[in-house]
Design a protein around this ligand. Structure first.
Ligand code: ADP
Length: 278
């Protein structure tokens, strides 16, 4: 047995006789909730468009007629409420915390809906951040949700690890951009998903190209994409490629992501839907 055994095998790598294998660390869903499918959206680092892709996928699934939700697990960089123009704060009831419903009917929970001032920084340590994500699963009333998208914190740290362990993810989408060191970053995400036994649905390349609004020609400001080679290397499916479109950033900035028209995002959503409905 390890010298200072805490009897918490999840934080210890020792292979000792008192190891109680394997621990199910999945958090219990609120008794009034029902969530059919949970999809995590991950990226190797911030700024590649993970939150934009999460928002767009939720919007597209909602348009396809599914009751859709977003659990914003990016606690220190929450950007979902802003993209949907949500100003109100979440309220509680005797059943639990109630998510905010957007104009088109998407259910959202984010730390920014609980903070008094949305510009307040979240200066909490890892276990508190991770605990908050768990509570978003166990204490929020998610009613009749068909598809929940989880905007994961970037990287492979404490909080993403907790999300992997505590939420029953049906799959993850890896978001990359052409300027990333895609192979290394995808490799890390793949290993983490494998360790946690979570299926990888595939990759979405964001900011793939820029389509000239005048002549329709595609430009590749970040150079040629290595998406196909990397997807092949890890045996992953390419779910879609989203172009750079200033309309997307404007929509996310002024809270109108629900009105975005993006055929590439629509196609990616349909590809994901097929993975669950075939
Ligand atoms: P992450 O969640 O990975 O940190 P965000 O989704 O917040 O990244 O995106 C970072 C910035 O890039 C935001 O200002 C967002 O509006 C912008 N952005 C993301 N994807 C696109 C895109 N396809 N076209 C134009 N701007 C984009």
């Amino acid at each position: 047995m390890a010298e200072e055994c805490t009897h918490d095998c999840s934080t210890c790598g020792q292979d000792c006789s008192s190891r109680n294998e394997p621990q199910d660390l999945t958090e219990k869903l609120n008794e009034y909730s029902s969530v059919k499918k949970v999809i995590g959206v991950v990226s190797g680092k911030g700024g590649v468009g993970k939150s934009t892709v999460t928002s767009l996928m939720a919007v597209m699934f909602n348009r396809m007629g599914y009751h859709t939700a977003i659990l914003d697990a990016d606690i220190t960089g929450p950007s979902i409420p802003k993209a949907f123009g949500i100003k109100e704060k979440a309220l509680g009831s005797e059943k639990g915390i109630l998510p905010i419903t957007t104009h088109s009917g998407i259910e959202i929970m984010s730390v920014n809906l609980l903070l008094e001032n949305e510009t307040d920084p979240v200066v909490w340590r890892g276990p508190i951040l991770a605990g908050t994500v768990k509570q978003f699963w166990s204490d929020v009333v998610w009613q009749d949700v068909d598809y929940m998208f989880v905007d994961m914190p970037p990287g492979t740290g404490d909080v993403p690890l907790t999300v992997f362990q505590s939420l029953p993810l049906d799959g993850i989408i890896i978001v990359t951009s052409p300027q990333e060191l895609v192979s290394m970053i995808v490799g890390k995400a793949v290993k983490m998903a494998q360790l946690m036994n979570v299926p990888i649905l595939g990759m979405i390349e964001n900011m793939s190209c820029y389509i000239c609004p005048d002549c329709g020609k595609k430009h590749y400001p970040f150079g040629e994409s290595r998406l196909e080679a990397v997807a092949g290397e890890f045996g992953l499916k390419i779910l879609g490629r989203l172009p750079i479109d200033p309309k997307h950033s404007t929509a996310c900035d002024n809270g109108t992501v629900e009105s975005v028209l993006c055929p590439e995002a629509q196609e990616a959503a349909e590809t994901i839907e097929k993975l669950f409905c075939s």
